[in-house]
Design a binder for this molecule. Structure first.
Ligand code: ADE
Length: 428
């Protein structure tokens, strides 16, 4: 147990069941053993207190990895509130442990209604934060749309995910983003690892836990070939699937072709897939006309941030009956007799049906979050309103620390190499 742990201190909070706390502590500590970079940062924060006197509202998936981030921020002196960034992703034992054993204000319950989800967002804003950590931009969007008076208090926000960063760019374009936002997703040590290896592993993990189906020999359709799509396709292939990729971007489509996947429009892939995974960040990428031609028994899931990638209203119109046949797996019995199975109500399958990305990749994502938040404080007054990336030097420092933790050494440029790279005179 951590020495800074507060035993049985109850703080204002809303979690499912405090009796789950002991399991949550074990889980938080286990994740912590695979987060060496974040641990180093937490240790420094504890000494330097970069967030002393500052209020931070964190809207994130309430997992054991996020717990380690929130504790690092709190160790840095922040007065922290943590809420869920998705109604289905909360690990209730972790939420209970954070309240009971670590004295953190947490408002999150797996399966909470949308009404509760929005009420928790308002509680996080009632906290009157100067700093925000967001995942998907719901907290910042509510602040900007409904709490204009609080905007001048904001030093800045960090944003975890591709979808959230896209929303922030749109907000900036419309002139509504009045403070700096650190696009954590844009760091290489975030998207190259979390989006690819994290989403790849956790998505297949979620599908397997939810269905207990063999992947080998099945046709898996991956909709979207960004880094998340690349990860899902790679892991599905590794498990023996025939993988089809669908894309709207010709460069990404070509990349998928050269990576050895079949590429075709979703209208064709819809007829062939046994298992579907959407990872586009866009709306209704699997729509009514696609459900209409799917094979009997097709399994459909989403690993993109929001639950709008699948048009479930259209699917429901084709169906005569809908029932849960396994936890978080619904059968839609169609009027023509076919069954289509939808996982986690179209919400993030990796966090709803499994445990999200493993700690080792969240270590780097959350090192970026922690250093991004510190950067906002250090650069207060000098960063313009808008979307910023963390400096490349910070990204490289995180990669170097991760390599150190893995005991992997790499080479350095010699003087001769440096001089060559700085010159232009020498050619053939
Ligand atoms: N996003 C994806 N996986 C996650 C995890 N394990 N914790 C927090 N956010 C996540």
């Amino acid at each position: 147990m951590r020495e800074e742990q507060v035993q049985n201190t109850l703080v204002p909070s809303e979690v499912k069941d405090l009796k789950l706390a002991e399991a949550g502590v074990n889980r938080i500590e286990w994740a912590g053993t695979d987060m060496p970079v974040l641990n180093l940062i937490a240790k420094r924060f504890k000494n330097e207190l970069p967030f002393k006197g500052l209020k931070v509202s964190v809207c994130a998936h309430v997992t054991c990895e996020t717990a380690n981030l929130a504790l690092a921020i709190a160790a840095g002196g922040a007065d922290c509130v943590l809420i869920a960034s998705n109604p289905l992703s909360t690990q209730d034992d972790v939420a209970a442990a954070l309240v009971k054993n670590y004295g953190l204000n947490v408002y999150a319950m797996k399966g909470e209604s949308m009404e509760t989800y929005h009420r928790h967002i308002n509680i996080a804003l009632d906290h009157n934060p100067q700093l925000i950590i967001d995942d998907g931009c719901d907290l910042v969007a509510t602040l900007v749309q409904e709490r204009a008076k609080q905007v001048p208090n904001i030093i800045g926000t960090t944003e975890e995910t591709t979808t959230g960063v896209t929303r922030l760019y749109a907000m900036h374009k419309s002139g509504q983003l009045k403070f700096p936002a650190m696009a954590i997703n844009n760091s290489q040590t975030k998207h190259l690892f979390d989006n690819r290896y994290g989403t790849g592993q956790s998505t297949l993990d979620g599908i397997i836990r939810a269905t207990n189906r063999l992947i080998s020999g099945r046709t898996v359709v991956v909709v979207g070939y960004g880094y998340c799509g690349k990860g899902c396709a790679m892991r599905a292939r590794g498990l023996g699937a025939r993988v089809i990729v669908t894309e709207i971007n010709p460069v990404k489509a070509l990349e998928a072709v050269m990576d050895g996947y079949e590429v075709m429009p979703i209208a064709e892939a819809a007829k062939l897939g046994d298992i579907f995974i959407t990872v586009t960040g866009n709306k209704h990428v699997i729509d009514g006309q696609h459900f209409a031609v799917m094979k009997d028994g097709a399994i459909v899931s989403n690993s993109g941030h929001f639950d709008l990638e699948l048009n479930l209203v259209a699917l429901e119109k084709l169906a005569q009956k809908r029932r849960e046949v396994r936890p978080l797996m619904e059968e839609f019995k169609l009027k023509d007799g076919r069954n289509i199975y939808v996982l986690a109500q179209g919400r993030l399958v990796n966090l709803s049906c499994a445990e999200g990305h493993p700690a080792s990749v969240m270590d780097m994502s959350f090192a970026n979050q922690a250093l991004g938040l510190e950067y906002l404080v250090k650069e207060k007054g000098s960063l313009t309103p808008g979307v910023h990336a963390l400096p490349e030097a910070v990204d490289h420092q995180i990669a170097q620390l991760k390599l150190n933790s893995l005991s992997i050494n790499i080479d350095e440029l010699t003087k001769e190499m440096k001089d060559y790279m700085d010159s232009w005179e020498m050619g053939s």
